[in-house]
Unconditional design. Structure first.
Length: 346
């Protein structure tokens, strides 16, 4: 049992780390030469960097899952269902491809998107939820998760068939698209995702959910490999392939790892972001106006349409400081989720 509890988690995670590291290094040159680029407007002068680095993270996660599947067929007797893991991998592949389609929709001349001129036009707003819903099909096919869910302050509720047929696909669509809303600063998206993945990993270990621990460890390792390439003075942008991949993986961990209530709490910052963007019908930029001292001024004055606007209105902060403060906010919600679980509210 010790073997299954440690080696079969650590080995796939280590390989995910290595694959993501190698893939990211490759994609930096490949995507740039292919013209899949984005403008980093937060520096002294706008610079072009390759986009869609999330494909490296998706590749790392998928390979990590396949490593466990390989070991379960040829090395050890698997504790987990290989078919369930392959369904998770397929779901991540489908979602990552949607994100990649969004990333490669570029124009020769700049177009106006979310209040900014940029080369990237992306998918239309109505296309994103429709296409990301396809990513839920593999999870629906295996009836992923448990229909009985603990709801804070209410208790356990059995959703029956509504869970796999309605709640699960809606969760994939909402989480993937909501996670995509908060970004624009070096290290912000992978940084916040890394904090959330640590929360999921510790939760799965403490409460004995093996598939949650495996998926969380693989996700954590992939993010840890990618973050240095996207941190301040980023060499590659995460792109929508990253945000959609992470969103799909979050849902898989929540459903397969029976961590729905815990996941809802740690996802609150992105829920807040969703409703803030909704106030302006999603025609919002998270980016601020760069000042001479490297700090950022909120783009809409005192009006708050993003958590980044809130931070900018609290003081004069540089790009890396905005990333650190919002990552700390996510860490706070992870702690809150654990406290709610320990005191019996989840």
């Amino acid at each position: 049992m010790v073997y299954h509890s440690f080696q079969t988690v650590i080995i796939p995670a280590l390989i995910s780390f290595a694959i993501t590291l190698i893939s990211t290094r490759f994609l930096i040159g490949y995507l740039f030469s292919s013209g899949i680029i984005m403008q980093d407007k937060n520096k002294e002068k706008p610079v072009k960097i390759p986009s869609s680095g999330g494909m490296a993270v998706a590749f790392g996660i998928i390979v990590g899952i396949l490593v466990y599947a390989f070991g379960g067929n040829f090395v050890f007797t698997p504790v987990l269902s290989i078919s369930d893991l392959l369904a998770v991998a397929l779901s991540i592949v489908l979602i990552a491809l949607v994100g990649f389609l969004d990333d490669i929709n570029l124009r020769a001349k700049k177009v106006m998107t979310t209040d900014l001129l940029d080369y990237k036009e992306g998918l239309k707003q109505w296309q994103k939820p429709l296409l990301t819903a396809i990513g839920a099909l593999p999870l629906i096919a295996i009836n992923a998760g448990v229909s009985i869910v603990a709801i804070p302050l209410i208790g356990f509720v059995d959703f029956g068939l509504l869970y796999p047929l309605i709640i699960l696909p809606l969760a994939v669509v909402f989480v993937s698209n909501a996670f995509n809303l908060l970004g624009g600063y070096d290290g912000l998206q992978p940084g916040m995702a890394l904090v959330a993945s640590i929360g999921f990993l510790v939760y799965s270990i403490l409460f004995g959910n093996y598939i949650g621990a495996l998926l969380s460890a693989i996700l954590f390792a992939s993010l840890l490999a990618f973050l240095p390439f996207n941190y301040y003075r980023a060499r590659i942008g995460p792109g929508d392939s990253f945000t959609y991949t992470i969103g799909a993986t979050f849902v898989a961990i929540m459903a397969m790892g029976e961590a729905e209530s815990f996941g809802v709490i740690i996802f609150i910052p992105w829920m807040i972001e969703f409703f803030l963007h909704l106030r302006r019908k999603f025609n919002v930029t998270d980016l601020g106006t760069r000042q001479k001292d490297g700090t950022f001024k909120a783009p809409y004055g005192k009006k708050i349409y993003s958590l980044t606007h809130l931070v900018m209105n609290l003081g004069r902060f540089k790009e890396q400081e905005i990333t650190i403060y919002l990552s700390a906010l996510e860490a706070m919600f992870v702690v809150i989720a654990f406290l709610l679980k320990i005191y019996g509210f989840l």
